[in-house]
Design a protein around this ligand. Structure first.
Ligand code: ATP
Ligand code: MG
Length: 516
């Protein structure tokens, strides 16, 4: 982008009539107001962002608290943010929705997909055992001081006489051009005050493709143990944001390098390293896993862009792909527990998919990830992840493909994507052979699915009907007959249709002497 188009873009964004109106409302109340934080950062980085944080500064001669003699009693904090929000909502009329959070001194105005968050400028002081600070009215500068990173401390004035003026006390713009995440003040204090910022540092570095500044990095290493005071839900939020970045591996590598990883996810640390015996080493499962994760991210974004080819910038990442990314991260998590040395075969990891699948609920519970169908999906993906590759390596029989379709159901496309991503061999010849077979298996899947509709398999003859036809009471035989029909369909002995299934049932019943 040329400098000119870049400036035009920023001017365009700032010419938003709502922002102008917020400024003139503040003017008429005699307040200073600034748009600050994430929105300003994303404006310069040209990222889409819908949440606009607005910080309001009162003057000592107003009945809104005196920034020079602040009080530590939150109840006495001024509600100037709220008052401005109320006036803005009034101006916007029915189209706007106002929510007020009096205990926090904040208010939100929503209009369409735009969210404006209003708060009075504040300064914060921390105690050792909590990340909840004592909050007091403050100046703009104090408000910027409490921000986590230089790139998140930028403010733009909205008052008419200074509209568009940038206040960048810590050279956040410079850090953006250098692609650096750096704390505005002493990083040891910043991280010790609120250790969540260590996770945020890694997350922003990953999302933006930035590096951690040296001092900032070292301070995370020194303060890493402080992460223990952070709730696991908040950590999970950051992990999910890392996972949804375009190269999530970078986040996990940074978590590892800073020493945060063992505090969050020891099972992942256990994947690191290569053991060599009799000159034979296995691959480093940690780095293999991260490669698979990035591969999934890339395949997903290719698929996204194929589906909406008209957009000329990268479409935002579809959050529904998150759980396949977790499946990628966890697909080999059972390997350390299944690792064994075999004189002939070398290193083996038998049943690692099964062992890994069993580990999923415990990991999800500890990380505070959802314990619902999302977890079930990840568990299933980990369990089945070897199946397509085994098909690819063997001669592909219809029966094996049908069985896989049956077990994966509607998740078959995701499973195949995971399998594709899992082919990370450095041996190009092997890789090419795998990919050729992979395409063959996919074709066969499409053909068989068209013919036999296995994905959402419903038995053509139901249990009730089996009992009626054969005059049986509910018993284990009914279940056996039902699954014999299912097997016959999956093995291609009979088609997935009612009449042939009924005929087959009667034949079985005769063979077993259930009927004459
Ligand atoms: P995103 O919305 O993409 O997560 P963001 O920077 O907008 O990024 P928010 O959590 O919405 O992040 O916070 C808005 C702003 O509030 C940040 O830009 C930063 O200035 C400040 N902020 C948020 N959390 C912290 C924190 N833990 N410590 C210091 N400042 C913070
Ligand atoms: Mg935000």
């Amino acid at each position: 982008m040329t400098m000119e188009t870049y400036t035009t873009y920023i001017e365009q964004q700032l010419s938003n009539p709502i922002l102008r109106m917020v400024g003139s409302e503040a003017d008429s109340m005699g307040l200073d107001c600034y748009v600050i934080g994430g929105w300003v950062r994303d404006l310069f980085l040209r990222r889409e962002s819908k949440d606009i944080d607005i910080v309001v500064v009162g003057h000592p001669d107003q009945h809104v608290g005196d920034p020079d003699s602040p009080t530590s009693d939150p109840d006495k904090r001024s509600g100037i943010g709220i008052t401005l929000a109320e006036n803005v909502a009034k101006q916007l009329g029915k189209k706007a929705h106002l929510s007020v959070f009096r205990t926090y001194g904040t208010a939100q105005v929503k209009r369409g997909d735009l969210e404006l968050e209003f708060v009075g400028a504040r300064r914060e002081s921390y105690q050792h055992d909590s990340r909840n600070p004592i909050v007091e009215d403050g100046t703009l500068q104090e408000d910027q001081n409490r921000r986590d990173f230089t790139i998140n401390a930028l403010a733009i004035c909205l008052n008419s006489d200074r509209y568009g003026e940038l206040l960048d006390p810590f050279d956040g713009i410079g850090d953006m051009t250098r692609c650096i995440i750096r704390t505005p003040l002493d990083p040891d204090i910043t991280f010790s005050d609120d250790p969540l910022r260590m996770m945020r540092a890694v997350r922003f570095a990953t999302q933006l493709g930035f590096n951690l500044d040296g001092e900032t990095f070292d301070a995370i290493v020194r303060n890493r143990e402080r992460l223990r005071i952070i709730t696991r839900e908040r950590i999970a939020d950051e992990l999910n944001k890392i996972m949804l970045s375009s190269r999530p591996s970078e986040g996990w590598i940074l978590l590892d390098k800073t020493g945060l990883l063992p505090l969050i996810f020891p099972e992942l640390v256990a994947l690191k390293g290569v053991e060599v015996k009799e000159g034979r080493g296995h691959k480093d499962v940690f780095y293999h896993t991260l490669k698979v994760l990035d591969n999934v991210a890339e395949l997903q974004s290719q698929k996204n862009n194929d589906q909406s080819p008209m957009t000329n910038h990268q479409s935002p990442i579809d959050p529904s792909g998150l759980w396949l990314r977790w499946a990628a991260l966890l697909h080999d998590i059972g390997k350390p527990r299944s690792k064994a040395w075999d004189e002939h075969a070398g290193w083996t990891f038998r049943n690692h998919n099964y062992i890994g699948a069993k580990m999923i609920p415990g990991i999800f519970k500890r990380l505070k990830l959802p314990l619902n169908e999302k977890m079930e999906y990840v568990r299933k993906m980990v369990d089945l992840h070897m199946r397509p590759i085994n098909l690819i390596e063997d001669t592909v029989t219809d029966s094996a493909v049908r069985r896989l379709l049956f077990e994966a159901g509607d998740d078959i496309d995701d499973l195949m994507m995971l399998c594709d991503a899992d082919i990370t061999s450095r041996n190009e010849e092997k890789k090419a052979r795998f990919h050729a077979n992979y395409i063959l298996v996919r074709q066969k899947m499409v053909e068989l699915e068209e013919r036999d509709r296995i994905r959402n398999f419903q038995p053509p003859v139901k249990g009730d009907e089996i009992m009626e036809l054969l005059h049986l009471e509910p018993c284990s035989l009914v279940g056996e007959l039902k699954s014999a029909i299912k097997d016959a369909i999956l093995d291609g002995i009979i088609p997935n249709e009612y009449e042939p299934a009924k005929e087959y049932l009667m034949k079985l019943a005769r063979e077993r002497g259930v009927i004459e």
